[in-house]
Design a protein around this ligand. Structure first.
Ligand code: SAM
Length: 179
């Protein structure tokens, strides 16, 4: 647990008095890790997770709308699906990407389903992780993937978001480990 991180450190909209970033950060071990934040936000005020994680970890944030630059966090303008690197990460994280983006944006007018897209992204994440790497995602809208989908994609499911009840922030948290 990251003891020094406090919910009050974040000046951002809170849901039910709790903050989704806090749950993602607390799901990670305090050991310094190499972390990739996917769909990290287009500008400083949205890049909360990358910036908070960089206080304890080495962080790369990617987003189709952000400017590339910085050191830690380092930001790269790239789409999750096309992102290529030789690096492998201890953890790949996201907030408000799965569910919200993968349903409402990614599939709009495109010739694929939300499920095809989410499978493609999870395969990508699997390839970006080191063995035993963690994949932690906060969503406030349900995604299409099931526990058995994730297991067949090579993950151990440690926490799964309840698709019918995402009212409590902690219910939106998904924690996976690369098998
Ligand atoms: C709701 S915002 C979430 C931003 C940030 N993670 C946060 O918690 O505030 C969704 C972000 O997904 C980015 N995005 C959408 N599709 C993407 C893709 N295919 N690859 C990378 N980023 C994407 C958008 O540019 C936007 O910044």
């Amino acid at each position: 647990m990251l003891q020094s991180f406090k919910n009050s450190d974040i000046n951002f909209e809170k849901i039910d008095g709790k903050n989704p970033y806090f749950y993602v950060i607390n799901a990670l071990p305090s050991l310094r890790m190499k972390i990739l934040d996917i769909a990290c936000g287009r500008e400083h005020k949205y890049q909360i997770l990358s910036r908070e994680l960089a206080k304890h970890h080495s962080v790369t944030g990617i987003d189709i709308e952000c400017k590339s630059g910085g050191n830690n966090p380092k930001f790269i303008r790239a789409s999750v699906e096309d992102f290529e690197t030789k690096e492998k990460f201890d953890a790949v994280v996201s907030t408000y990407f799965f569910g919200y983006v993968t349903h409402d944006w990614a599939t709009y007018g495109l010739n694929h389903t939300a499920k095809d897209y989410e499978v493609r992204i999870m395969k990508k994440i699997h390839g970006l992780l080191k063995p035993d790497g963690l994949s932690v995602h906060y969503m406030n809208e349900p995604w299409t993937l099931t526990v058995s989908d994730l297991e067949s994609l090579g993950f151990v499911v440690l926490k799964f978001p309840n698709p019918v009840d995402l009212f409590r922030v902690e219910d939106g948290l998904c924690v996976l480990k690369k098998r």
